[in-house]
Design a protein around this ligand. Structure first.
Ligand code: AMP
Ligand code: GLY
Length: 455
C-alpha cells in the first residue's frame, strides 16, 4: 500500500513513523512535511488547503490512501475532492468536519444525539450572555464560535473579563457560547470511524498550559501521556456508547457520515463524563504518545476506516507500559515564536533507550543546519514499563537537545506517575488514591484559570 500523509507537524511525523512500521505499507510520501519527515520519507511541496492540488499529487504518486492530518484542509474540502476523484481518504468531509469547525453545530448535534456535555447558551446578545453568567455562576466559560475569528476560549473567575471577551466576539459580528464550568481532569479519546463503525484508541492526556503546574496561557499542547490508570474502569467503552456512536449515527442520519477520527475532548467531572469539544482529526501531541504504544498496524487500520471496513470485533493491540511526549517550544511561544534558531543534540537524545524525536516546526537553513521553524519545534517521545520510566527516559533525552531560548514543561505525566490525579466528587470511581498533599490533578485551581485558546 502506498500512502500520502498531508500536513506539516509532529502529529504527521508520528503517523509516518507508525506507518513505516506497518508491513502492509510499501511506501510513504508526505506533503509538505518538515525537516524530520524529509529525513524519513520523500516530501513534496503542497498547499494542503487546495483540494485540486492534493488530488493532483495523490494521482501523480498513485497512492492507495491519503491521510489528512490537520483540520484546515478538511474544512477546505480536501477529503470531498479526494472522494470525488475515487481516492480513499482518511479524514471527514467538509460538512462532517463542522463538528470541529463550529462549536454551536457540535452542541446541536450533541443535543440531537443526547450526548452528555456542559450546559450552554449560544447567543449574539449581550443581555443573554449576562443571564447565562447568572444561571451558571463562576468560573465563567465563554467561547467564540467558529474557527475563523480565532479569539478562542476564556475560562475565568473574573466576570468583567468574561464579559469583555464576549463583547469583543459580538462586536466583531460573531456569536458566543457561554457554558457551565466543568470540574475535573481532561481526557483525549480518539475514536476511529468509517461512517458506521467506531473503534476507540487508548485514552491520553494533554497538557495545554505553557508552564508547569498548568499555569500561563493555553497552547496547542506541551506534552501528553498514555495510558491513564486513574480513569474509571470501562471509560473508553462508555465514551464510545454515550458519545462517539451516537454522534456518528446522527451525522450518518443527516447524510454527512463521519469518516476518520473523532477526537473526543472530555472532562471527568463530579457529575460524570462530559464532552468539552470535538475535533475531526488526531490530536497533537497526544498522537505521539498513543501511536508509540499501538501495536496494530496503522496503515491497514486507517485504510479500513477510509473504505467502510472498520471492524468492531477485532480489538486493537497495545504494547504494555506507557508513553510520554514532551514538547520543546520556541522562544516566546505561544506568542509569536522566534524561528531560525539552530537545534542540536537530536542523535544523542534518540540514543536513550526506547526514546525518539518527533519533528514539528523544523526546517533546514541555507547552510543545511537544522533550525526551528514554528512554535512547537519538536517532541521527545519515550516508552517505559510505566509512566515513571517513560518520563525518566524522555527527560533524559531532552537534556541532550539545545535550542536557544526554547522551553518545555518539566511536569508532563508527573501527577499521574505518582497516583496524584484526583477525580472530583465522592461518587467518582477512582482506583488511584487521592493526593494527600491536596494536589490539583490535571487542572489548575479555578482562580488561576484565564485561558486564551491558541487554535
Ligand atoms: P475548547 O476550545 O472548547 O477545547 O476549549 C479549550 C480549553 O478550555 C479546554 O481544553 C479546557 O481546558 C477549557 N474549557 C473549555 N470548556 C470548558 C468548560 N465548560 N469548563 C471548563 N473548562 C473548559
Ligand atoms: N492537543 C490538542 C489538540 O490537538 O487539539
Amino acid at each position: 500500500m502506498k500512502v500520502l500523509v498531508v500536513g506539516p507537524g509532529g502529529r504527521e511525523h508520528a503517523m509516518i513513523m507508525s506507518l513505516l512500521r506497518d508491513p502492509h505499507v510499501s511506501e510513504v510520501h508526505a506533503a509538505p512535511g518538515n525537516a524530520g519527515i524529509a529525513r524519513d520519507v520523500p516530501v513534496h511541496p503542497l498547499n494542503a488547503q487546495d483540494p485540486d492540488a492534493v488530488v493532483a499529487l495523490a494521482r501523480e504518486l498513485a497512492v492507495d490512501l491519503v491521510v489528512v492530518g490537520p483540520e484546515a484542509p478538511l474544512v477546505a474540502g480536501v477529503a470531498d475532492a479526494l472522494t470525488e476523484a475515487g481516492i480513499p481518504v482518511f479524514g471527514p468531509s467538509r460538512e462532517a468536519a463542522r463538528i470541529e469547525g463550529s462549536k454551536a453545530f457540535a452542541k446541536e448535534v450533541m443535543a440531537a444525539a443526547d450526548v452528555p456535555t456542559a450546559r450552554a447558551v449560544a447567543t449574539s446578545d449581550l443581555a443573554q450572555v449576562r443571564e447565562a453568567f447568572e444561571q451558571f455562576g463562576a468560573p465563567y466559560v465563554v467561547k467564540d464560535d467558529g474557527l475563523a475569528a480565532g479569539k478562542g476560549v476564556v475560562v475565568t473567575d473574573d466576570r468583567e473579563r468574561a464579559e469583555a471577551h464576549a463583547r469583543e466576539c459580538l462586536d466583531a459580528g460573531g456569536s458566543v457560547l457561554v457554558e457551565e464550568f466543568l470540574d475535573g481532569p481532561e481526557v483525549s479519546l480518539f475514536v476511529l470511524s468509517d461512517g458506521t463503525h467506531v473503534v476507540p484508541l487508548q485514552p491520553a492526556q494533554d497538557f495545554k498550559r505553557v508552564r508547569d503546574g498548568d499555569r500561563g496561557p493555553n497552547t496547542g499542547g506541551m506534552g501528553a501521556y498514555t495510558p491513564l490508570d486513574w480513569l474509571p474502569e470501562g471509560f473508553a467503552g462508555e465514551v464510545v456508547e454515550r458519545v462517539a456512536r451516537p454522534v456518528v449515527d446522527e451525522l450518518r442520519r443527516r447524510g454527512t457520515p463521519f469518516t476518520g477520527v473523532l477526537f473526543c475532548g472530555l472532562a471527568v467531572t463530579s457529575q460524570g463524563m462530559r464532552v468539552i469539544e470535538f475535533n475531526a482529526r488526531f490530536g497533537d501531541p497526544e498522537t505521539q504518545s498513543v501511536l508509540a504504544v499501538l501495536e496494530t498496524p496503522l496503515g491497514q487500520l486507517l485504510l479500513d476506516a477510509a473504505t467502510g471496513r472498520l471492524s468492531e470485533e477485532q480489538p486493537l493491540e497495545w504494547e504494555p507500559g506507557a508513553a510520554v511526549t514532551i514538547v520543546l517550544a520556541a522562544h516566546n511561544y505561544p506568542g509569536a515564536p522566534r524561528t531560525g534558531d539552530v537545534i542540536t543534540g537530536l542523535e544523542d537524545a534518540a540514543r536513550e533507550e526506547d526514546t525518539w524525536v518527533v519533528h514539528a516546526g523544523t526546517a533546514r537553513d541555507a547552510a543545511g543546519n537544522l533550525v526551528s521553524a514554528g512554535g512547537r519545534v519538536l517532541a521527545v517521545v519515550a516508552r517505559g514499563a510505566d509512566l515513571g520510566e517513560a518520563r525518566e527516559r524522555g527527560y533524559r533525552g531532552m537534556e541532550h537537545i539545545t535550542l536557544d531560548g526554547s522551553h518545555h514543561r518539566t511536569d508532563i505525566a508527573l501527577d499521574a506517575a505518582h497516583g496524584r490525579v484526583a477525580l472530583p466528587g465522592v461518587g467518582a470511581a477512582s482506583s488511584s488514591p487521592a493526593d494527600p498533599d491536596g494536589g490539583t490533578g490535571a487542572d489548575a485551581p479555578p482562580t488561576a484559570r484565564t485561558a486564551e485558546e491558541q487554535a
